[in-house]
Design a protein around this ligand. Sequence first.
Ligand code: CAA
Length: 391
Amino acid sequence: MEFELNEEQQQIRASVREFAEAEIAPHVLEWDETQHFPVELLPKLAELGLMGVIFPEEYGGAGMGYIEYATIIEELSRVDGSVGISIAAHNSLCSNHIYMFGTEEQKRKYLVPLAQGEHLGAWGLTEANAGSDASGTRTTAVRQNGGWLVNGSKNFITHAIHGDTCVAVAVTDRAKGNKGITTFIFEKGMKGFAPAKKENKLGLRASETASVVFEDCYVADENRLGEEGEGFLQAMQILDGGRISIAALAVGIAQGAYESALRYSKERVQFGKPISEFQAIQFKLADMATQIEAARLLMYRAAYLKDQGKRVTKESAMAKLYASEMSVKVCEEAIQIHGGYGYTKDYPPEKYWRDSKLCTIGEGTSEIQRMVIAKQILKNVPDNYSKISDK
Ligand code: CAA
């Protein structure tokens, strides 16, 4: 068992940190206030290989694994969760769906420009009435002229407006329930496919979240991703990897908030000494540091298993659940340590706290993660458990 990042991984952490502090940190507040999605940053992120972290070099990627990927998302999110979630949705949702289930031709056509950062990816599962109940998709795809006519809409889609490639699911055979859902690849500019309402969000305001609408959108059969009826199962497998990035997003946000509270506690003098000398503050900091470390270990365990090619349904749900709830708590404590100043935009914790909340909702709420974990642990109870407890 190895608990240290190797030299190369430490180097990756250091270079992403340096980049985030130089290129992102100076703009964080302004982007948040104005809800500016920083498209101008994308070429720089591409240059660092961050648009194709987890894909082999033959598909234009950086050829790294989930350990490196989680480290990168954590470091970006430590400075700005909006950039973290953008890289996450692009890599582990849209691009990875094409990598995992696409044909060689689809990978060449769509994955390569995504991984190289020439194109930006979006991924559409959620709908107005199909959130937690992902198989409740209402968007339909009906066979027509050798292709498909798609009608419906998707909600809360990262990069709905600037995305060049959108992977989305639609019902192709309602009678088959979750086995009647199929995945398609859509391209920006396709007739009948357009972005709609942009959300005005509590946090992660520099990440672009909007709906997309399909109105008699014709998509060729060669844009079908995988077999007919596989869409729901594919989406669940994509979310297994995606939830590792939400854990990393949550850890990074918490780390940023914690560091800001730590710094402030040493500067802020009350009753004649820095507040870090009071045990009430020390206990808070100790709990925050411990909880971040625990979440990081869960995140790395899920990432490690994913890199081993293992199924990580339970592990990624556990990492996401723990890390996201931890993140909200840690950010709240960071505000508390800052006192009245923490409630203002003059100090970082209020933004971290607003950003952290998404982690308990996106890619499956905390309640859904508990359902997923419960299902896995209940189906894997070893036979001899009951015999031992019977004695
Ligand atoms: N790996 C492999 N197989 C899986 C699986 C996984 N991770 N998850 C489910 N399956 C299989 C099950 O074994 C089952 O197979 P059988 O029918 O052969 O038994 C089948 O899929 C159906 O699974 P369930 O019975 O568990 O399905 P369900 O309808 O009860 O729903 C759920 C399960 C966990 C609640 C699921 O709907 C879910 O994860 N919901 C949350 C969705 C979510 O996270 N949405 C956020 C998306 S983010 C977004 O869209 C916006 C963006 O831009 C980021």
